[in-house]
Design a protein around this ligand. Structure first.
Ligand code: KG4
Ligand code: ZN
Length: 354
């Protein structure tokens, strides 16, 4: 079984061909729009949608060529159906529907978050159920993954996502976008104990996260020292290391709580999985690996290129959905918001966004 996957929900245009037989990934191309957005200082939805439109056809053709596959070799077409920037999602969904209609193939509208969630099964065949820490630029959640399309959310952020905290912290330190990799690089030469930043929600029960206070603490330190241009390279490194340590500790502490819940409700579950762009962070991967070992759980973190946005994860989630008989109709409408667990209770303190 071979699936074409398309990802256009944010600022990366991506196309991939993935199969159920090893080697699974036959092609996975990611085109970053970084240069297009840099002059605006952030992602502009309209610019993103136009860039997807300009590049997607060519990228899909290249992915098929690289996989040595023609349309006739495909068993389905999957595209991110949400959540994300709606103009971009529409571009990917329209192309996937057109191919599905023209070739008589099943169409699969994939939840971008499910793409991240199932990546550990693409790379490591992790069995259900598993505990998932999903950490990206827009999301920060702890979920029990019970099966394809079956998620139980244990916690989410009450304000910023972890990736957002890396990105905003990097901006405050004058390190550019995307902030996660920039902070990680700067932190390598820094002292994580120099600035005792807060560990938000530490000691509180539950599995929710909060990161906006951390961003405020960094802003105050930078302002007190005369702004980012007044910081010496050593200060930037120490602040980056301190911020990375604070984000890591918060994620680990809340995940520890989640392991307790997971153990109680799903005693057969044996794995902790991390996914999403922030899962590329080495300090976080090391700390989570240790946490999992302490609790006798296996730990899986996909390779960094499959943590950040890509289309292989969309093709794989599409493949799993097709096998589960979950193909979509062509009437599917793109969804700007699309929670994995619609029945999840609201986060404690939700709505206190700073
Ligand atoms: O999953 P992703 O590519 O896009 C979303 O769906 O949001 O995640 C992007 C986020 C950005 O906030 C970026 O700064 C962060 O992942 N990120 C990292 C690293 N690489 C990417 N954060 C920390 N360390 C990294 N190495
Ligand atoms: Zn993502």
């Amino acid at each position: 079984m071979q699936i074409l996957g398309i990802e256009t929900s944010c600022d990366e245009t991506a196309a991939a061909v993935v199969a159920d037989q090893s080697p699974r990934i036959h092609a996975s191309l990611v085109l970053s729009q970084l240069a297009e957005h840099q002059r605006f200082g952030g992602i502009v939805p309209e610019v993103a949608a136009r860039a997807h439109l300009a590049h997607l056809d060519r990228l899909v053709s290249r992915a098929l060529a690289e996989a040595g596959a023609g349309w006739a070799d495909l068993d389905g077409v999957a595209a991110t159906g949400g959540p994300g920037l709606i103009g971009g999602v529409m571009v990917g969904v329209m192309l996937a529907k057109a191919v599905a209609l023209a070739r008589g193939l099943p169409f699969l509208a994939v939840n971008h978050l499910e793409g991240h969630a199932l990546t550990a099964r693409l790379t490591d065949d992790v069995p259900f159920p598993f505990l998932l820490l999903l950490v990206s630029g827009g999301h920060c959640q702890l979920l029990i993954v019970e099966g394809v399309g079956r998620y139980r959310r244990l916690g989410t952020t009450v304000d910023d996502a972890a990736g957002e905290c890396f990105d905003k912290g990097a901006k405050l330190l004058g390190l550019g976008f995307p902030g996660g990799p920039a902070i990680e690089t700067a932190a390598a030469a820094g002292d994580p104990r120099r600035y005792p930043l807060p560990r938000p929600l530490k000691g509180r029960p539950g599995c929710d996260f909060s990161f906006s206070g951390l961003k405020t603490a960094v802003r105050e330190i930078v302002a007190a020292r005369g702004g980012p241009t007044a910081l010496a390279a050593g200060d930037v490194a120490d602040l980056a290391a301190s911020l990375q340590a604070a984000i890591r500790d918060s994620l680990v502490e809340r995940t520890r709580h989640a392991i307790r819940s997971f153990r109680g409700s799903h005693p057969a579950g044996a794995h902790l999985v991390v996914a999403g762009g922030v899962a590329a962070n080495r300090a976080l991967r090391a700390a989570l690996s240790e946490l999992a070992a302490q609790h006798g759980l296996g730990f899986v973190a996909p390779p960094p290129a499959l943590c950040t946005d890509n289309a292989a994860m969309i093709a794989w989630a599409g493949l799993e959905r097709l096998k589960a008989g979950l193909a979509d109709g062509l009437e599917f409408a793109p969804r700007p918001r699309w929670p994995l667990d619609p029945k999840a209770p609201k986060a404690v303190g939700a709505g206190v966004k700073a």
